[in-house]
Design a binder for this molecule. Structure first.
Ligand SMILES: [Zn+2]
Length: 217
């Protein structure tokens, strides 16, 4: 391990099952009852054999889908490696697969994130960039907001010369219902610092991730 500073301890994982959550958080029983209500609303019988365990499974799945609420993405980045020995090239992690859920329909957003930064004097373990994406993805999201949140968190904690985030994702609320547009993906980007100001840096990044035509808003 290289020199590391400021390790941030994560709080112990929250007690599971029906322990009372944070103020106002419904109990597991209440959450499962809500799923039974949806099953009945859809027209089925939550007491038939195939559906008996469904509410419990759905709520367990949502524990995972909502796990990001218990994580502070800035904590994930706190353990940085300062000695970069003059390394001044961009650090790029591309094709970070993620699953999120849109805040409008609670349906999956499945996509890939590409994250880059230009270190000033701190670098962070590459796996941390993937964990940042996951911490923001495991919440109810809109893609534009998630893109900005990832970039802003990296900028704030690492203070690099610049940050670039591009997300390319398919929204199941578009592909499985409503207009049913198959194979349509949405691309969002957030460019900060050198990636915004310097077209050469930006082009280098976009070429590396195979998205040479992303426009910068
Ligand atoms: Zn949606």
């Amino acid at each position: 391990m290289m020199a590391s500073d400021r390790m941030t301890k994560k709080p112990a994982s929250p007690a599971r099952a029906d322990a009372a959550g944070p103020a106002g958080k419904p109990s597991r029983d209440e959450a499962e009852a809500a799923i039974r209500t949806i099953i009945r609303w859809a027209g089925d019988d939550p007491d038939r054999e195939g559906l008996l365990d469904t509410p419990a499974r759905v709520i367990r799945a949502w524990e995972e889908f909502g796990a990001g609420y218990a994580q502070d993405p800035r904590d994930i980045l706190q353990r940085t490696f300062e000695e970069i020995a003059g390394y001044d090239e961009m650090v790029v992690l591309r094709d970070i697969g993620f699953e999120s859920h849109c805040e409008h329909h609670m349906l999956p957003i499945i996509g890939r994130a590409h994250v880059a930064y230009l270190p000033r004097n701190r670098v962070v373990g590459i796996s941390k960039l993937a964990r940042i994406v996951e911490a923001f993805a495991h919440r109810l999201q809109i893609q534009e907001k998630m893109t900005a949140e990832i970039a802003d968190a990296i900028q704030e904690v690492l203070d690099p010369f610049g940050v670039a985030v591009v997300i390319d994702a398919e929204h199941h609320c578009m592909t499985t219902r409503g207009v049913r547009r198959k194979g349509v993906s949405m691309v969002t980007s957030r460019m900060l610092g050198a990636f915004r100001k310097d077209p050469t840096t930006r082009r280098e990044f976009l070429a590396m991730i195979g998205h040479p035509h992303v426009s910068v808003g």
